[in-house]
Design a protein around this ligand. Structure first.
Ligand code: C2O
Length: 599
């Protein structure tokens, strides 16, 4: 862990201002209480992209697209695919639900596969609407570390049969894996928007899409072994017993095995849910003891599920609507642990961290479906945690649609709104302990300012954009402070880091720390650790590729209410935000930072 230390700037007066802050004269180190914004300058209110009710301001104008004339024609004709209408909402205005992919426009994405792979599914023009399945009893998805030999044998058999299906059978394992490639690295365009990529990550479609994905995967497996009660296992990485690759996935002779995994991360190695891959080299601090790693993992889970997920946008991610470019902003669970679990599992010796470490290939590892079963389970748990933890009610989310082939090879159109209750889909999860509920982080102890030398020099900035080529700190003004508990319940204080821009071909991770002091090392177990930004590879253009490098522009939101309360900083006028690049920082640009309030 890089430590953050006090800066020699204590004698230097900084005039801190940015596009998003009022100006204030201050010294560092300082007491947070002393940040007084200057009286004669009004805060500038910039409409920035990462607002929770944004419709289209987050993507550059040229990326927005009106529905094509072709789409109008199709609507007139009752839909390209005959059996269905295009959307259930005939509005052509912006702010429409994300439509199904246009299967006629599926392309080979710039995926990074050594040989470009075609991940388009078999074509069909007959699309049927989803109907709830009938079932006698719920399929119960078990924790992968708790299953017995019979269960293993059953899953092994089902997957064997799935792997044995011909490649062009939409139920085959190879087609199942390609679903992820098509929906996640640019294989699809939105129906009616021939220039607009359909990509489900980094947005509020993340949880809903993956729920449907594994639903059909599970149904197909069940039908192949003629057992409608078959339920896939979940990787219970949020509990100590489940914090390693479950052993059912590690037998090289089974169909659940995948060779392309990090050989260092085999059982009994404990997973690092906040994995900083470049600091892995064994050293005095790495790997931490199993006990410490488990503790850190539990604190991270608490942070992401509770502190950073008090509103629906914080948890689900940014709105993403028809005609918009994807990539508006991750929800807390998608960002971490989800992205970190992918990177930790993928094989560091493969060119692009295949299989799990790259979107194009991750569906090839059976572990992927167990990871996503747990993500899905955590979504259900989140809704029981109270407060404002409820799913979005926006029609553009509820009515967004996807296409999947079912166990009878029918192409089925599903809506987000039909997948909100797993029990209606016929499944539930085995009940196991949720140990992170009480794993609150602790403030790093306050202490007398260190006169020691800088361990990690940091840069102070007062202007954005910034590049994360080193540890960077800035002051962010708080529009409101000392709020009543009622106000805090009504509205969450959110740190918005906006216009995070980088090349999609590189892996990126940086941590965000709030109000760190002197040379204290801040880890995931500390309250000051507000969150981490992690980008998983979306694709990789080959050197000779004609594809231009593709920049991602996204944003990040972090919950501040509990954090500032726990740091006893609730009456302060401003906060100190520090970015610690972990990898890929050189190529990350951040265009602004501010605090907003949302319910
Ligand atoms: Cu579509 Cu785990 O990612």
């Amino acid at each position: 862990m890089i430590s953050i230390s006090s800066s020699p700037l204590s004698l230097m007066s900084l005039n801190i201002s940015s596009n998003f802050n009022t100006s204030s004269s201050l010294q560092y180190p300082f007491s947070q209480k002393q940040h007084q914004p200057s009286k004669n300058r009004k805060p500038k209110h910039h409409k920035i992209a990462c607002t929770s009710n944004d419709t289209n301001q987050n993507s550059p104008k040229e990326q927005e697209q009106k529905p094509s004339p072709r789409r109008n024609v199709l609507i007139g004709l009752g839909g390209l695919y005959g059996a269905t209408t295009l959307t259930n909402n005939n509005s052509l205005a912006f702010g429409a639900p994300v439509p199904i992919p246009d299967l006629t426009k599926c392309v080979i994405p710039p995926s990074g596969a050594p040989v470009p792979i075609n991940c388009c599914p078999p074509f069909s023009k007959d699309i049927i609407d989803f109907k709830y399945p009938s079932f006698e009893k719920l399929r119960v998805r078990p924790a992968a570390q708790l299953v017995d030999d019979d269960y293993f044998a059953k899953y092994n058999k089902a997957l064997e049969l799935m792997r044995a299906l011909p490649d062009d059978d939409p139920r085959s394992f190879s087609q199942q894996a390609k679903i992820h490639c098509a929906y996640c690295v640019g294989g699809y365009k939105q129906l009616g928007y021939p220039e607009i990529e359909l990509s489900v990550h980094n947005s509020w479609l993340f949880l809903a899409f993956h729920r449907w994905y594994i639903y059909f995967y599970e149904r197909i497996l069940g039908s192949l072994i003629n057992d409608p009660t078959f339920a896939i296992p979940f990787w219970n990485f949020d509990a100590p017993d489940g914090m390693q690759i479950p052993s059912i996935f590690t037998n090289p002779n089974s169909s659940l095995y995948d060779l392309k995994r990090d050989s260092r991360h085999q059982p009994p190695r404990i997973i690092d849910l906040n994995y900083n891959k470049d600091t892995e080299d064994p050293g005095p601090n790495y790997p931490p003891s199993a006990e410490q790693q488990i503790k850190d993992n539990l604190t991270l889970m608490h942070k992401q599920m509770i502190t950073n997920s008090k509103t629906c946008i914080l948890f689900h991610g940014s709105p993403y609507r028809a005609g918009q470019a994807p990539g508006k902003g991750h929800g807390a669970l998608e960002m971490s642990p989800h992205n970190n679990v992918h990177i930790w599992s993928g094989d560091a010796k493969q060119p692009y961290r295949e299989d799990m470490g790259n979107f194009y290939s991750s569906g090839r590892d059976p572990l992927f479906y167990a990871l996503h079963a747990n993500v899905d389970r955590l979504w259900s748990i989140w809704k029981t945690l109270g407060g404002k933890r409820k799913d979005p009610t926006d029609d553009d989310w509820l009515e967004s649609e996807f296409l999947f082939y079912d166990e009878n090879k029918n192409l089925v159109k599903v809506k987000v709104k039909d997948g909100l209750d797993g029990k209606k889909l016929g499944y539930d999860y085995q009940k196991v302990d949720i140990p992170w509920i009480n794993s609150k982080p602790k403030p790093a102890s306050r202490r007398v300012q260190s006169k020691g030398k800088l361990l990690t020099p940091r840069k102070f900035v007062d202007k954005f954009p910034i590049v994360l080529d080193s540890v960077v700190s800035t002051i962010v003004k708080r529009p409101k402070k000392s709020r009543s508990s009622k106000e805090k319940e009504d509205e969450e204080e959110i740190l918005v880091i906006d216009g995070i821009e980088f090349d999609s071909n590189i892996e990126v991770k940086f941590d965000v720390i709030v109000n760190d002091e002197d040379d204290k090392v801040i880890g995931v177990g500390n309250t000051e650790f507000a969150g981490t930004f992690v980008n998983l590879l979306h694709g990789h253009n080959h050197e000779n590729s004609t594809n231009k490098k593709k920049n991602i522009v996204t944003c990040m939101r972090l919950g501040l209410t509990d954090l500032l309360e726990d740091l006893k900083a609730d009456d302060d006028d401003s906060i100190l935000v520090t970015f610690i690049p972990r990898y890929g920082g050189d190529s990350v640009k951040i265009s602004g930072i501010k605090i907003e309030f949302a319910n």
